[in-house]
Design a protein around this ligand. Structure first.
Ligand SMILES: NC(=O)c1ccc[n+]([C@@H]2O[C@H](COP(=O)([O-])OP(=O)(O)OC[C@H]3O[C@@H](n4cnc5c(N)ncnc54)[C@H](OP(=O)(O)O)[C@@H]3O)[C@@H](O)[C@H]2O)c1
Length: 234
């Protein structure tokens, strides 16, 4: 059955692949962007997740187009890596605001209609950095770890309402975000990935659509790695 899906940060990279995958499965998909557009077959809605009013407007637009949002994928994220010695408070809180508080804003806007429908799926795109940490990513890793605590709290709050909340932790996925990784760090990561390769964004999308689908009806509060084994054991 076709569902109303909203993907934040659906303009490119992993979010665009997720939006395309839902659309290909026949869902009615809205993806957020900040002016750069979204993939064909998907409705673009403007949204900056650091702004509560903007998140509200994006949901209202998606609802007008497709009906109440039944599947939320909180994917929008940024990095701003630097070592703690050089990480000023603004750099720390800006990354928290986009990755963690942004997901909270989307979840909070999504929850009312989901409770009224007595069904819903929330999927939060975290990162292996959440539990493995990464030098230079104190801000990003804190935000991504925060998503796990938030999602598990929501899983407990909302399970009785037929709403599942899960987290996906990608490893090294080819996108604009990872294009910035230095060659030395890239080589080091490749040595640590048992599958010996990076992931395509579509490989993350496959797991997200599974978690949003009927075959994952009994999965909630889970943290699902899509990392080629990079962070196993954490
Ligand atoms: N690539 C990886 O290896 C990897 C690994 C682990 C986790 N992740 C996570 O996966 C998610 C997607 O990453 P990606 O690799 O696809 O990154 P990307 O190519 O840099 O795309 C980031 C997306 O987030 C959006 N975004 C950023 N700040 C936003 C804001 N304030 N409001 C609304 N949208 C915002 C961007 O929108 P604009 O186009 O408007 O800038 C873009 O759509 C992120 O949460 C990232 O942390 C990625």
């Amino acid at each position: 059955m076709s569902r109303s899906v909203l993907v934040t940060g659906g303009s490119r990279g992993i979010g665009a692949a997720i939006a395309r995958a839902f659309a290909a499965a026949g869902d009615r998909v809205a993806a957020t962007h900040r002016g750069s557009g979204v993939p064909d077959g998907v409705a673009g809605v403007r949204c900056d997740v650091t702004d509560e009013a903007s998140v509200d407007r994006a949901f209202t637009e998606a609802e007008a187009l497709h009906g109440p949002v039944e599947v939320l994928v909180a994917n929008a994220g940024v990095t701003d890596d630097t070592l703690l010695m050089r990480m000023d408070e603004k750099t720390f809180t800006r990354v928290l605001d986009a990755n963690l508080t942004g997901a909270y804003r989307a979840a909070r806007r999504a929850v009312g209609p989901m409770v009224r429908m007595r069904r819903g799926r929330m999927i939060f795109i975290s990162s292996v950095s959440a539990y493995a940490g990464a030098a230079g990513q104190a801000n990003y890793a804190a935000a991504k770890a925060g998503l796990i605590g938030m999602a598990r709290s929501l899983a407990r709050e909302l399970g009785s309402r037929g709403i599942t909340c899960n987290v996906v932790t990608p490893g090294y996925v080819r996108s604009d975000m990872t294009d910035r990784i230095t060659d030395a760090r890239r080589a080091e990561l490749m040595r640590q990935i048992p599958l010996g390769r990076t992931a395509a964004p579509e490989e993350v999308a496959d797991v997200v659509t599974f978690l949003a689908g009927p075959r994952a009806a009994y999965v909630t509060g889970a943290v699902v790695p899509v990392d080629g084994g990079l962070a196993m054991g954490h």
